[in-house]
Design a protein around this ligand. Sequence first.
Ligand SMILES: [Ca+2]
Ligand SMILES: [Ca+2]
Ligand SMILES: [Ca+2]
Ligand SMILES: [Ca+2]
Length: 322
Amino acid sequence: MGLIAAWGMAACGDDHDCDDGADAPIEAADASTDTGLWETFGGADTDDTAETEAGPEVDASAEIPELPQAVCPAIVCDLPEDGVIGPRTDVHCAIHPTDDAMGFHWSFTEPIGSGLVAKPSDFVTSIQFRPWVTGDYTVRVALETLDGEMPCDDQAVPFRVVSDEGFRVVLTWTTPTDPEVDLVGTDLDLHLRHQHATDWFDDPWDAYSRNASPNWAGNGPMDDPIFGLDDTDGEGPETFVLFTPEADRTYRVGVHYASARGFGESFATVQVFVAGALAGSCEGIRMVAHDLWDVGTIAWPSGDVVLVCDPPAITAGFPSPF
Ligand SMILES: [Ca+2]
Ligand SMILES: [Ca+2]
Ligand SMILES: [Ca+2]
Ligand SMILES: [Ca+2]
């Protein structure tokens, strides 16, 4: 495993004084080999816009204290040279802050349905996470300095997770009366039924948040549905991935509106990806509490996806075991 780094001298734009010359550019490991990765992933250019000439002289008698210089620390992630890893591989990223750093605002871009990690604290300089959904990711950090500016907000390290992902089902939703993304919201549940299931909530053949890790087919986990997180406070995503579906099976997708928590109707979107490519979707399907939406089927090994969007096949007041 090598190291891939992004470094941010280029992030010190015209609005920021980066040229005091006292701070040497941060060394990036294997810098000469990174260009291809950045090009591959459309990442930022790493042109040497850093200036190294001495800055203006400082008047020692001035009463206004000199503000710290903004220097962007490198993000260094434990990734292979080509930035490509398999699913469920631990990734560790760190920065080495300068004295003027007060906060580190970490963020991610990630494939649909990944729901990678909770946002890291603004005070940690290293993070570890385990991406599990196939696709392109980027880790970013924005530096907050003593003067409150964040001149390094284009720090980014891209990488790609590849796998033989059979299919992925992703549920997201909106609730008009609850626009706030916080810890209070509606609870919809994604369901993925094996062909053996006789009905929804048929444990173990209907996988959902309360039956999230059933052992289907063979003993190993690759033919089982892998669940992300049960989102109980609005928006989603809730995701099932089945890496190696069984042959000659038809899987069925459903959505249950488990709890409205007083917020009323929600609008559900389901997307199905086969081998990483979008194969079908239904968007903005209106649901009220205790509705069960029979979304459609995924046949294997054909990968044929048949979803019922208009009109959606919804059963009101569906009895659930809880
Ligand atoms: Ca909310
Ligand atoms: Ca849920
Ligand atoms: Ca299994
Ligand atoms: Ca949520």
